[in-house]
Design a protein around this ligand. Structure first.
Ligand code: VLZ
Length: 134
């Protein structure tokens, strides 16, 4: 694959994270803390194997998967709902579909110039995040 997301990335913008968290049913107190965070992503890409470690001062979330292979995702520390997740390439974009209780749940990663982009989707909400290399 031509695109390599590997690296350490710092959040620089976070549009409608609040709407995304509301759609996931995250409680008010947790949202107030979470929306102040500037998470960092540490991504390791080795062939079809990826790990995405999202870290913050409040909570961390670790995801490891093989592209093209469905896996169980527990969303522990997020909304704690289990999903069947599948990540595939759509040209140079990495697209995750998270099948579960919430409709239209998933995310897309892509590179634009030196920036890492992430769109997070749940129901009718879209959160757009941009990261720069640390
Ligand atoms: O990222 O699905 O890169 O999992 C936010 C942690 C993590 C802060 C959000 C605490 C995970 C929030 C977003 C408390 C509610 C996500 C995927 C794509 C990989």
């Amino acid at each position: 694959m031509p695109v390599d997301f590997s690296g350490t990335w710092n959040l620089v913008s976070n549009d409608n994270f609040e709407g995304y968290m509301v759609a996931l049913g995250i409680d008010f107190a947790t949202r107030k803390i979470a929306k102040m965070l500037k998470p960092q992503k540490v991504i390791k890409q080795d062939g079809d194997m990826l790990s995405i470690h999202t870290t913050s001062t409040f909570r961390d979330y670790m995801l490891q998967f093989k592209i093209g292979e469905e896996f169980e995702e527990d969303n522990k520390g997020l909304d704690n709902r289990k999903c069947k997740s599948l990540v595939t390439w759509d040209n140079d974009k990495l697209v995750c579909v998270q099948i579960g209780e919430k409709k239209n749940r998933g995310w897309t990663h892509w590179l634009e110039g030196d920036d890492l982009h992430l769109e997070l989707r749940c129901e009718n909400q879209v959160c757009r995040q941009v990261f720069k290399r640390a």
